[in-house]
Ligand binder design. Structure first.
Ligand SMILES: *[C@@H]1O[C@H](CO)[C@@H](O)[C@H](O)[C@H]1NC(C)=O
Ligand SMILES: *[C@@H]1O[C@H](CO)[C@@H](O)[C@H](O)[C@H]1NC(C)=O
Ligand SMILES: *[C@@H]1O[C@H](CO)[C@@H](O)[C@H](O)[C@H]1NC(C)=O
Ligand SMILES: *[C@@H]1O[C@H](CO)[C@@H](O)[C@H](O)[C@H]1NC(C)=O
Length: 438
C-alpha cells in the first residue's frame, strides 16, 4: 500500500517535472489552400496533379537524383505551386496572423515580410516586424543562422552582423530575406517566444498568388523546423477529405489518441533517417499490390541507397503520390489489366465511364502499400477520383510517376488517416479516423 502510494507519487512528480520543463504542447488547425476559392472538384484535382509534379521536381533535385532535363520536362511547371494544407498561427506582439503550408519535406519556416520588395499577393497583410515589440533580427553567428544551408552576413540598417538567408527549392522557387526571431502564438493562445523564421523579402517562383498561404512551415527533421524548434517528441495530423472545407487538426507534442474509436488496428513502421537528406521522413516501403497483382519490382526500387538516392518519403506537401517511372508503369499495367474499361489517359491513368454508368461507383481493384511492419490498405476515396470533362465521365487513379528514383507518399493518400510522427521513437503510426473528431 505505502509502496504503491510512493510509486504513484513519484510517477506524478515525474509527470509534473516533465510537463514543467517541456516543451510546447500545441493543437492547431489546418485548412486547405484551395478551400473556399470556388473551384470545382475537377479544377481542384487538376491543380493537385500539377502541384505534385512540380513538387516532385523540387524534391528530386534536392536529392540530386533528377537531371534538370527531367524537371523542365514536367508539364505545367510554370503553374502556381500551392500545396494543400495550410497551418494558421500568428507571429509577433501583438500577434499578426500568418498561414503557412505544412511541409514535412522542408525545414525552414518563413512568411512574406514587410517591406516586401518582391512578394506574391496574399490575402492576409504581410507580417511587419516593425509592428512587433518582440521581433529580433538574428546575428549571423547565431546558432539558427548556422543551421541554414545558405546564409551570409548582410549589411542592414540593423547592423552588418545580420543573418541573411536564401532558401531555394528545386523547382527554382526561392525565398530570400532576414532570419528573425519572434513570439509565435498558436490556436488557443499558446505562445512560444524566440522561434526563428525567415522574414521573406524576395519570394519568387511557383508560389501561388492570392492564396490563403503566406509562406511555408517546415515540419522536416532539421533543426529549424517547427517541431524541432518546439522540441516536441512527436506531432500528428489528420487530413480531412481533400474536397471538404472542414479544418484538419494538427497536434504538436500532445498525446495523440490513435486508439480511440477506430476499430482498425493502428499500423506502425520505422522512420529512417538519411545523413544525405536529413530533412526527409523516409519509410521502408516493401511492395505494392493492385487487386490480385503484386507489382513485380524488387524492394530495392523503393529503398534508400547508400549514396542517398532513391528511397520512399512521406510528405504532407505533395498531394498525389509519386512512384519511379518503372514502378508507375507496372502499377498502370496492373490497373489496366483488371479494370474492364477503355483507357482515356495514361498519366494520370483514367478510364472512360459510359454515360449509362456515370454517377455509379465503378469496381476498382484494391491498392495496398506494404511497409515494414505496416499495411496501408487504401480506401477507394484515397486513390480513385471521378470526373466529368466535355460530357465524358472518367474514373482516374491518383498516383503518378515521379520522373526520378524517389517514391513520395502524398497527402491524397493520407486523407482520413490520423498520422503520428513519433520523433523520439523514430516511428510512424497511422490509423483510419474521422479527422473532424480528432
Ligand atoms: C557574435 O558576434 C558578436 C560580435 O561580433 C559577439 O559579441 C557575440 O558573442 C557572438 N555570438 C556568438 C553566439 O558567437
Ligand atoms: C490578386 O487579387 C488582387 C485583388 O483582388 C488583384 O488585383 C490581383 O490582380 C490578383 N493577382 C493575381 C495574380 O491573381
Ligand atoms: C507525444 O508527446 C507528448 C509530450 O511529450 C506525450 O505526452 C505523448 O504521450 C506523446 N504521444 C504519443 C502518442 O506518443
Ligand atoms: C547511387 O546508387 C544507386 C544504387 O546503388 C545507383 O543506381 C546510382 O547510380 C547511384 N547514384 C550516384 C549519383 O552515384
Amino acid at each position: 500500500m505505502e509502496m504503491k502510494k510512493l510509486t504513484l507519487l513519484l510517477a506524478l512528480l515525474a509527470a509534473a517535472l516533465s510537463i514543467s520543463c517541456s516543451d510546447a504542447a500545441i493543437r492547431t488547425q489546418l485548412t486547405r489552400a484551395d478551400a473556399g476559392r470556388g473551384l470545382t472538384r475537377h479544377q481542384l484535382l487538376r491543380r493537385m496533379a500539377r502541384r505534385s509534379k512540380a513538387r516532385a521536381a523540387r524534391l528530386l533535385s534536392a536529392t540530386g537524383s533528377s537531371s534538370p532535363a527531367t524537371a523542365s520536362a514536367v508539364p505545367g511547371m510554370n503553374q502556381p505551386l500551392d500545396t494543400e494544407y495550410v497551418v494558421s498561427f500568428a507571429i509577433g506582439t501583438p500577434p499578426q496572423p500568418v498561414q503557412a503550408t505544412l511541409d514535412t519535406g522542408s525545414d525552414l519556416i518563413w512568411t512574406q515580410c514587410q517591406p516586401c520588395p518582391s512578394c506574391f499577393d496574399q490575402t492576409l497583410p504581410y507580417y511587419d516586424p516593425s509592428l512587433s515589440s518582440t521581433s529580433a533580427v538574428l546575428p549571423c553567428n547565431s546558432s539558427a543562422c548556422q543551421q541554414l544551408p545558405i546564409s551570409s552576413c548582410g549589411a542592414h540598417s540593423l547592423g552588418t552582423n545580420t543573418c541573411v538567408y536564401t532558401y531555394s527549392y528545386g523547382d527554382k522557387s526561392i525565398t530570400n530575406g532576414l532570419l528573425d526571431a519572434d513570439t509565435f502564438t498558436f490556436h488557443g493562445d499558446a505562445a512560444v517566444p524566440g522561434l526563428s523564421f525567415g522574414c521573406g523579402l524576395f519570394n519568387n517562383g511557383v508560389y501561388s498568388a492570392n492564396t490563403t498561404g503566406t509562406g511555408i512551415a517546415g515540419f522536416g527533421r532539421g533543426a529549424l523546423s517547427l517541431p524541432s524548434q518546439l522540441k516536441v517528441d512527436n506531432f500528428s495530423y489528420c487530413f480531412t477529405d481533400i474536397t471538404s472545407s472542414t479544418p484538419s487538426p494538427v497536434l504538436l507534442g500532445l498525446p495523440a489518441n490513435l486508439y480511440g474509436g477506430a476499430t482498425a488496428a493502428v499500423q506502425t513502421t520505422s522512420l529512417i533517417q538519411s545523413s544525405d537528406n536529413p530533412t526527409f521522413y523516409y519509410l521502408s516501403l516493401k511492395s505494392i499490390t493492385v487487386g490480385s497483382t503484386r507489382l513485380a519490382v524488387p524492394e530495392s526500387a523503393f529503398a534508400l541507397a547508400n549514396n542517398g538516392s532513391g528511397g520512399t518519403i512521406i510528405d504532407s506537401g505533395t498531394s498525389v503520390s509519386l512512384l519511379p517511372p518503372l514502378v508507375y508503369g507496372q502499377l498502370h499495367d496492373a490497373f489496366v489489366s483488371q479494370v474492364k474499361l477503355p483507357v482515356t489517359s495514361d498519366e494520370p491513368l483514367c478510364f472512360a465511364v459510359s454515360s449509362a454508368a456515370a454517377g455509379k461507383k465503378q469496381e476498382v481493384p484494391k491498392l495496398v502499400l506494404q511497409f515494414e511492419g505496416a499495411t496501408l490498405d487504401l480506401p477507394r476515396e484515397n486513390y480513385v477520383y471521378e470526373m466529368e470533362q466535355g460530357g465524358q465521365s472518367s474514373m482516374c487513379i491518383a498516383v503518378m510517376s515521379s520522373g526520378g528514383d524517389m517514391s513520395i507518399i502524398g497527402n491524397y493518400q493520407q486523407q482520413n488517416l490520423h498520422v503520428l510522427y513519433d520523433l523520439a521513437g523514430n516511428k510512424l503510426s497511422f490509423v483510419p479516423a474521422d479527422c473532424d473528431k480528432v
